[in-house]
Design a protein around this ligand. Structure first.
Ligand code: PLP
Length: 391
């Protein structure tokens, strides 16, 4: 498939934060809804019953993963749409009360650029700083609130360095001030327990393809009584709040996938955490001048993010690809889009470190042998790239 990737080398996929393969069990659950159960869920004849029932089941599965009621789950076409709906919908609904948004400086582009768009529409946005680990300080969230603030949006876990935010504390600040709290939890699902009540979350975004579900599927949790304006107008689907004939196979897949990854989170954390720790210790021990970015323990259990000053991150990715290893510089879109990731910049990482970064994100499908292979391949590659760069 890839000409620069020798055919006899097996693929080692370490980019699960970019996307994941749809799990075979999830595909199996979806298939009948392309064919025998093809009926439009809005139709009134009985061949649509199965589609309607499957959507209801998926809604229950998503709700169970978040600790909310099924009525509070709305299906979307992915994480980006959920973020857009939450932010544009909420600020629009509360426009009479104010025009100020509080967010962080390390959000995914789906939040960052949505807030940027709203700035062109007369809103003002505070981008909170983070510390060198990528953590937002809840006291700074509180200090940023003005009488005009109508929304606080801070992600649950960062997609580049994996830092997990003190969401519960931020939620408490928002609740105390009567301000709506949205969190982008796209990276968090399956890797940590989520409870929207305990965390005082009003709106939460998630995306199916980040947890072995299908691409183009997502959901927005909307707390009962919170009424963001609609983003997608049309028919009466999703209780009249998100129009368009439902992506029934996709919704079924999303439900099956979230049930699968949340059934044993402690077991997952143990397995994947052991592999990640092996990777991190191996890299730190074998590669001189390697810098582990992000928080040492308030981080996603599957994330390892390093800087290897003295080389170019993109060159490293190309070399890794030739060895069958799929990794990333940081975010899926960092390459080519910007000189250095806005996340690393906000953390105060120097540009020479930022440009030499490598993100390895694991999944349950990785093995100890794969990690050993990476630990064999990586040190000589990095030594060679550093030598070449030194000329
Ligand atoms: C992937 C991702 C998104 C976007 O989700 P899509 O379903 O790909 O649109 C949003 N936020 C974060 C943190 C992500 O990692």
């Amino acid at each position: 498939m890839n000409p620069s990737h020798a055919p006899d080398i097996p693929t080692v996929y370490l980019d699960h934060s970019a996307t994941t393969p749809t799990h075979p069990d999830v595909v199996r659950a979806m298939l009948p809804y392309f064919t025998e159960h093809f009926g439009n869920p809005s139709s009134l004849y009985s061949i649509s019953d199965a589609a309607r029932a499957a959507i209801a089941t998926a809604r229950t599965q998503v709700a169970a993963a978040l600790g909310c009621s099924a009525d509070e789950i709305f299906f979307t076409a992915g994480g980006t749409e959920s973020d857009n709906w939450a932010i544009r919908g909420m600020t629009s609904a509360r426009k009479k009360e104010g025009n100020h948004i509080v967010t962080s400086s390390i959000e995914h582009h789906a939040v960052l650029h949505t807030c940027g768009y709203l700035e062109t529409q007369g809103f003002s946005v505070t981008h909170l700083p983070v510390d060198r680990y990528g953590l937002v300080d809840p006291a700074q969230v509180e200090a940023a609130i003005t009488p005009e603030t109508t929304l606080i949006s801070v992600m649950m876990a960062n997609n580049e360095v994996g830092t997990i935010q003190p969401v519960q504390e931020i939620g408490a600040v928002a609740r105390d001030h009567g301000i709506c709290f949205h969190t982008d939890a796209v990276q968090a699902v399956g890797h940590m327990a989520i409870d929207v009540d305990a965390m005082k979350i009003d709106l939460l975004s998630l995306s199916g393809h980040k947890f072995f579900g299908p691409k183009g599927t997502g959901a927005l949790y909307i707390r009962d009584g919170i009424l963001p304006d609609n983003l997608i107008h049309g028919g009466g689907q999703e209780k009249g709040r998100r129009a368009g004939t439902e992506n029934v196979p996709g919704i079924v897949g999303l439900g099956a996938a979230i049930a699968r990854v949340t059934i044993d989170i402690p077991g997952h954390r143990e397995r994947v955490g052991a592999l990640r720790d092996m990777l991190v210790q191996g890299i730190s021990g074998r590669i001189p001048d390697s810098h582990y970015n992000g928080h040492p323990d308030k981080r996603l259990v599957n994330n390892a993010h390093f800087s290897f000053p003295g080389l170019d991150g993109e060159a490293l990715l190309l070399m890794l690809n030739r060895k069958g290893i799929c990794a990333s510089i940081g975010s899926a879109c960092s390459s080519g889009c910007e000189d250095m990731s806005h996340v690393l910049r906000a953390m105060g990482v120097p540009p020479s470190y930022g440009r030499s970064s490598l993100r390895l994100t694991l999944g349950d499908d990785n093995t100890k042998e794969e990690i050993e292979y990476v630990l064999d391949v990586l040190p000589p590659l990095i030594a060679r790239l550093r030598e070449m760069a030194a000329f």
